[in-house]
Design a protein around this ligand. Structure first.
Ligand SMILES: Nc1ncnc2c1ncn2[C@@H]1O[C@H](COP(=O)(O)OP(=O)(O)OP(=O)(O)O)[C@@H](O)[C@H]1O
Length: 310
């Protein structure tokens, strides 16, 4: 392990494609045992960063150290200690569920008998033991994703990279994946994930960076980011009629911050109910009112002026 328990260290890390800069000089420290997230909208540069960490795409500039090693020089040694769960499932449809694991194990030189034992354990872990002899094709999206996670664990990696682990899954399948990832974290595996789902980041990540346009715009724990960049509560008001903008002026002084979106107005306040009472006291009659806790979505909106998922 590298000094201070930092497993991944990036300094001024850059990825350019021709004259387009996808990752624009980011600094990152991922510590042993934590779940670390890259949160940002499509195109923020999350996957490009992950591919550099996974040693499949060389950095254009800057420094990157993984477990104290240099991806430019030590790619194979690093990859031997990483597990990778790519954004798109690339399981082998010709093979059974079990064979997808045992065949993958061969790339790491794991003896056949050990590979079979490990495959059985991993299929148990991802709750696919009953499907061991099934082909991959008929599996649901959630099962395929869990199998991809199992495959990423075949070499008993210290770090597991997960690129959008639950994109495209239904809520129940997502929860099952989250639950397994949480279990992995409890076992001491370091998780690095990208996501554009703020609930996923809040559920899983001990710390995260918010990325936008190739840059890191904020970093911290979900709680710390919310405390720093948002208020305790948010009131969402929807006014009937063509424009929310027309009502915004009537809300002056009512909140620490007001965001006017095309379909609603957000009031950032410490006490949502008190703010709602004040809205009514001003004889305003929104078509709907919702009081909720602040989330990472609010952090993102504050930092970039845009919503995370359009
Ligand atoms: N091989 C490539 N050649 C040219 N441009 C690329 C390449 N890979 C990525 N890009 C561009 O770099 C930018 C960042 O892409 P990246 O995939 O890293 O973003 P992301 O945050 O992971 O978003 P997504 O959720 O869509 O994967 C995008 O504008 C993308 O079009």
């Amino acid at each position: 392990m590298a000094k201070d328990g930092v497993l991944i260290q990036a300094r001024g890390l850059v990825k350019r494609f021709a004259d387009f800069t996808a990752v624009d000089g980011i600094d990152v420290d991922v510590r042993a045992g934590e779940a670390f997230g890259f949160l940002g909208p499509n195109g923020a540069g999350k996957s490009s960063t992950m591919r550099m960490v996974g040693c499949v795409s060389p950095p254009t500039a800057g420094e990157l150290k993984i477990m104290g090693m240099d991806p430019r020089r030590d790619g194979p040694a690093i990859r031997a200690r990483l597990g990778v769960c790519p954004q798109l499932d690339n399981l082998d449809p010709e093979l059974t569920v079990r064979e997808n694991l045992t065949t993958y194990a061969r790339y790491f030189g794991i003896p056949r008998r050990v590979a079979r034992e490990r495959a059985a354990e991993l299929l148990d872990f991802v709750q696919l033991a009953e499907r061991a002899n099934s082909k991959v094709e008929p599996l649901s999206g959630g099962m395929k994703r869990r199998l991809t996670i199992a495959r990423a664990l075949v070499n008993e990696p210290e770090i597991v990279l997960l690129d959008e682990p639950t994109t495209g899954l239904d809520p129940q399948a997502r929860h099952l994946v989250w639950e397994r990832l949480f279990r992995l974290k409890q076992q001491g595996v370091t998780l690095v994930l990208t996501t554009h789902y703020m609930d996923e980041a809040e559920q899983l990540c001990d710390r995260l960076v918010v990325m936008d346009g190739g840059k890191i715009v904020a970093e911290g724990s979900p709680r710390a980011l919310i405390d720093r960049y948002s208020t305790r509560e948010v009131v969402e008001l929807r006014f009937a009629g063509e424009s929310q903008e027309a009502f915004a002026g009537k809300l002056a002084g009512l909140a620490e911050r007001v965001e006017v979106l095309p379909d609603r107005i957000l009031l950032y306040v410490a006490d949502g109910d008190a703010a709602v009472a004040e809205v009514h006291a001003r004889a305003l009659t929104p078509a709907s009112v919702l009081v909720r806790r602040s989330s990472l979505e609010d952090v993102f909106l504050h930092l970039t002026g845009r919503t995370l998922v359009d």
